[in-house]
Design a protein around this ligand. Structure first.
Ligand SMILES: *[C@@H]1O[C@H](CO)[C@@H](O)[C@H](O)[C@H]1NC(C)=O
Ligand SMILES: *[C@@H]1O[C@H](CO)[C@@H](O)[C@H](O)[C@H]1NC(C)=O
Ligand SMILES: [Ca+2]
Length: 319
């Protein structure tokens, strides 16, 4: 703002000086024209800077709860968030997608960080939402897409069977430490097959809690490979009791688990209970530590993060 104002002021002074000394009008009008030109130039620079500033502000918005833009679901014909991202929509928030097998469009949260294109399927952040839910609720999905939610087992099936998907699981404990686990070829079968889970190779820092490798002794009863989904009202686990009932959440239980990100939310991490019913990722913090946050998200293996998506904006002061 300062540049043009100073320029206008200088212009005024010169104009005043010029009108006062009428005789010197020749050189004055020349000076006035020069200043007017300069003022125009500065105004244009200012406009450019305001545009850049607005772009920067948009880029810095995390697409969170209070972001009005993300409440406005964009209606697109994309099959997942990776396609949304590829179409040029690169800010995190709510979008409408239509996976190929899905009978209708699905509202989803697209996470455009970490290379972009992630369709978020689960989020825990504060325990506001109960995950002790019925088969039907897990089938259809529940919660708030901008906060805590489960996307729904039918949607998981439609998404993961239309291509080759990687799941990325981001975890955080109450000390602010973060770890992740990634599995290739994550797939959820249909309801008839009780949303059976299969997955491929693990990479990450949190440890292989889903146990894709069969080298650990726990794998027989703790691996989630090939497990059906269970809820308190539909027991498909390998345990004589009901894992979902005891652990208070729906999951691909075995006998019962080495990971249960849909367990009870404990606000302090460490907890004691009659059973390991917290938000658990066993290889990282064990059975008796319930994690602070969990996000599970899907992206096709062949997602193109696009090397040109890094918009570089370097605003300069007017020279
Ligand atoms: C979980 O939900 C079932 C069914 O509503 C209920 O009977 C049970 O008490 C709940 N458990 C907890 C810990 O809230
Ligand atoms: C998915 O990709 C993996 C390699 O990343 C491959 O082994 C697997 O066969 C593929 N699955 C399908 C269904 O295409
Ligand atoms: Ca059982």
């Amino acid at each position: 703002m300062r540049g043009p104002t100073v320029a206008s002021l200088t212009g005024l002074i010169v104009l005043a000086a010029c009108t006062h000394f009428l005789k010197a009008s020749d050189s004055c009008s020349g000076e006035l024209a020069r200043l007017q030109e300069q003022e125009l130039l500065l105004k244009r620079q200012l406009q450019k800077q305001e545009l850049l500033l607005r772009r920067l502000q948009l880029m810095n918005q995390p697409g969170d709860v209070n972001d009005a833009r993300s409440d406005q679901v964009r209606d697109t014909q994309h099959a997942d968030c990776s396609q949304v991202y590829s179409s040029g929509l690169k800010s995190s928030g709510l979008y409408r997608i239509k996976p190929s097998g899905s009978p209708s469009a699905v509202k989803v949260y697209c996470d455009m960080s970490e290379g972009g294109g992630w369709t978020v399927l689960q989020r825990r952040i504060n325990g506001a939402e109960t995950f002790n839910r019925s088969w039907t609720e897990y089938k259809d999905g529940f919660g708030e897409l901008n906060a805590e939610f489960w996307l729904g087992n039918d949607n998981l099936h439609f998404l993961t069977t239309q291509g080759n998907y990687t799941v990325k699981i981001n975890l955080e404990d109450f000390d602010g430490h973060q770890r992740y686990a990634e599995y290739k070829n994550f797939q959820v079968a249909n309801e008839k097959d009780h949303y059976r889970l299969t997955f491929g190779a693990y990479v990450g820092t949190a440890g292989d809690a889903l146990i894709g490798s069969y080298q650990v002794p726990e794998s027989k009863w703790a691996s989630h490979q090939g497990m059906k989904f269970s809820t308190y009202d539909q027991d498909n686990d390998n345990y004589r009791g009901n894992c979902a009932q005891e652990d208070k959440g729906g999951w691909w239980f075995n006998k019962c688990h080495s990971a249960n990100l849909n367990g009870m939310y404990y606000p302090n991490g460490h907890y004691s209970a009659s059973t390991d019913d917290g938000v658990i990722w066993y290889p990282w913090r064990g059975w008796w530590y319930s994690l602070k946050t969990s996000t599970m998200k899907l992206r096709p293996v062949e997602h193109n993060t696009g090397l040109t998506d890094q918009v570089t904006v370097s605003p300069r002061a007017p020279s």
